[in-house]
Design a protein around this ligand. Structure first.
Ligand SMILES: NC(=O)c1ccc[n+]([C@@H]2O[C@H](COP(=O)([O-])OP(=O)(O)OC[C@H]3O[C@@H](n4cnc5c(N)ncnc54)[C@H](OP(=O)(O)O)[C@@H]3O)[C@@H](O)[C@H]2O)c1
Ligand SMILES: *[C@@H]1O[C@H](CO)[C@@H](O)[C@H](O)[C@H]1NC(C)=O
Length: 220
């Protein structure tokens, strides 16, 4: 397949690009700072790099040409800590991405979310609600943007086969096992390796088991 990857320059994104290429996909990277991609990926003949902002409809539309699916690891930048901008920039970006996807006839979107985005299947979990409350208190602009991402995809993605892959605390472990479920289901945990997120997303790209769903994906 030909996939467009957003957030490709982040910790998850670099792993996602590498694994998508290894799986035989052609990858279009749309990034504001593509120079952050490792050299071996920039040199790959399977990777097409497009530099642009998430507010630029024309460049986004060019990048989406002939794409089968959009995979997004976008999220508030970890390095900026609590200093995510106000005004929900990423939710606005998703609104534009979905609009351009519809224009281009691209119907599959797999996007990173967090448990700040609620799902009716979630049950109460003290530890998860404590984590979410901490984020809402100490990183409120990031929290609001993530909640708005969930609302935007759900509201505007009516004709799109979207999946929101909600991630708990991330780490750099090498174990690729994952569990997909919901908060408080007795199976999911509170941590996930970045590479297991990647493994889940690439499996979901072909299996389509979680369309119009918001699973919580964790390490076992
Ligand atoms: N660490 C945790 O425990 C944890 C838990 C739950 C969720 N998360 C979230 O999971 C996400 C992915 O994790 P990660 O480790 O891969 O994060 P990361 O290294 O900070 O990557 C974030 C990616 O999003 C891009 N991005 C953010 N804002 C953007 C904007 N306005 N325009 C264009 N690109 C933008 C960044 O682009 P640039 O490289 O150009 O900045 C980067 O590619 C993060 O958003 C993080 O907040 C983290
Ligand atoms: C990954 O974790 C699973 C579940 O905890 C475990 O069964 C498996 O052996 C681990 N795999 C590796 C390669 O360590």
């Amino acid at each position: 397949m030909r996939v467009l990857i957003l957030g490709a320059t982040g910790g998850i994104g670099v792993l996602l690009v590498g694994r998508a290429v290894a799986d035989g996909h052609t990858v279009v990277v749309y990034a504001r700072s593509p120079e952050k991609l490792p050299q071996n990926l920039r040199d790959s003949s399977q990777i097409i790099i497009r530099k642009g902002q998430l507010t630029d409809a024309e460049s986004l539309s060019d990048a989406l040409q002939d794409v089968d699916a959009v995979l997004s690891a976008l999220g508030p930048a970890v390095s900026r800590g609590p200093f995510h901008p106000r005004g929900e920039p990423l939710a606005h970006a998703y609104s534009l991405i979905i609009k351009v996807m519809k224009e281009r006839g691209v119907s599959r979107l797999i996007a990173l979310g967090t448990p700040s985005i609620k799902d009716p299947h979630d049950k109460h979990s003290l530890v998860m609600s404590t984590i979410v409350s901490g984020v809402a208190t100490f990183a409120s602009t990031a929290y609001k943007d993530v909640v708005a991402i969930g609302e935007t995809i759900c509201r505007e993605g009516d004709t799109i086969d979207w999946s929101i892959v909600r991630v708990p605390l991330l780490n750099s472990g090498s174990n690729e096992s994952f569990i997909a479920g919901y908060v408080g289901d007795g199976q999911t945990t509170t941590s996930l390796t970045r590479i297991a997120f990647v493994a889940f997303v690439l499996q979901e790209l072909t299996k389509k088991e979680w369309v119009k769903a918001r699973p919580l994906v964790t390490s076992p």
